[in-house]
Design a protein around this ligand. Structure first.
Ligand SMILES: [Zn+2]
Ligand SMILES: [Zn+2]
Length: 146
């Protein structure tokens, strides 16, 4: 609770009880939850919490740079409280979004096309089959060819 509160203060966000609960949820859940998932899990403990509040709170967090708002899933926006440099991998079979450690920094290009731009965020998205699904696919292919 205190860590989440301090984290909000550090990011220039006024720490209300509901905001602390949402931030804590994101710090504890590395699954890149959607607005619905966060709302469904939290409103049992906080009955006064509305989905609109969750939505607006996440918007404020993202604007202040406290969390990442991910558009890797074309069906719904997902949220990430893990702010260490990392990429995302979406499995097109099980739809899971995985954190991927990067081997090196992704530099913002410095050339004619970017010279007056101010880059704030860089997202690296990969799509494919996760280890589990790739293995399943391989097994299915083998069965088919037998
Ligand atoms: Zn998968
Ligand atoms: Zn992530």
């Amino acid at each position: 609770m205190d860590a989440a509160k301090q984290y909000l203060i550090d990011n220039g966000i006024k720490p209300s009880v509901q905001r602390i609960a949402i931030m804590l949820y994101l710090l504890e859940h590395r699954s890149h939850p959607t607005v619905d998932e966060i709302f469904n899990d939290l409103h049992k403990a906080i009955p006064t919490l509305s989905k609109t509040t969750v939505y607006n709170t996440l918007k404020v967090f993202a604007e202040k740079g406290a969390i990442l708002s991910l558009t890797i899933d074309e069906k719904m926006v997902r949220f990430d409280g893990y702010k260490q440099r990392h990429a995302h991998f979406k499995c097109i079979s099980c739809n899971e979004i995985y954190d991927v450690e990067l081997d090196h920094d992704v530099e913002f290009p410095n050339n004619e096309t970017t010279k007056d731009f101010e880059n704030i965020e860089t997202h690296v998205y990969h799509r494919g089959y996760c280890a589990k699904c790739a293995k399943k696919k391989e097994t299915n292919n083998k069965l088919k060819s037998e």
